[in-house]
Design a protein around this ligand. Structure first.
Ligand SMILES: [Zn+2]
Length: 184
């Protein structure tokens, strides 16, 4: 019999997308490719098939064919909806735009095992963005933007930017770009 993760604690409620935000800082980072504090080096986690590229990039995930629940990162083994026993999924391309659900600013370099992408360290802003599908996806704000450019509810769109460059070429990551000047 399959043992589903949500059953280990006896919990029967469907995991909320927001549960991914309830962990400590390490949990936050671990869920954002590119700033993985647990794994340390970004190159240890190849980022492939997480998003499309081109003029209008978008996040890629999966959708349960039975109940319609969408997943990012993709889910292929079983549906986390406790009322659904489907194991069939189809590819799903998420909306490119969403609104800022929450955000934070990393003015100081996080402690090890965080590995800075730049030397000296450059502060970055992290946003939790709610997509029309109802999920919240973390990501850095696009290059050149800071927490001064967003507020809760600000519209953003997904862009793909170069995270770093190594022997194999450019490593890219999705980021959230404000599409409206925030009221300050
Ligand atoms: Zn399902």
């Amino acid at each position: 019999m399959l043992r589903y993760p949500y059953q280990r604690n006896g919990a029967r409620t469907r995991p909320s997308p927001l549960t991914k935000l309830t962990g400590g800082p390490g949990e936050w980072f671990a869920r954002v490719p590119g700033i993985d504090m647990r794994g340390g080096a970004v190159s240890a986690t190849p980022i492939i098939d997480w998003f499309t590229t081109g003029d209008e990039p978008a996040l890629l995930g999966t959708k349960c064919v039975a109940c319609g629940t969408v997943y990012f990162p993709r889910q292929d083994i079983y549906c986390k909806n406790p009322n659904c026993d489907s194991e069939e999924f189809e590819e799903y391309t998420f909306s490119r735009t969403g609104t800022v659900w929450s955000y934070t600013d990393f003015q100081y370099q996080p402690p090890a095992p965080y590995i800075a992408q730049t030397d000296p360290y450059e502060p970055f802003a992290l946003a939790a963005v709610e997509l029309p599908e109802g999920i919240v996806v973390l990501g850095q704000l696009a290059d050149g933007y800071s927490v001064d450019d967003v507020k809760v509810g600000s519209p953003v769109e997904l862009v793909v930017e170069v995270l770093n460059t190594d022997d194999t070429g450019d490593r890219t990551i999705w980021r959230w770009k404000p599409t409206e000047e925030a009221a300050r």
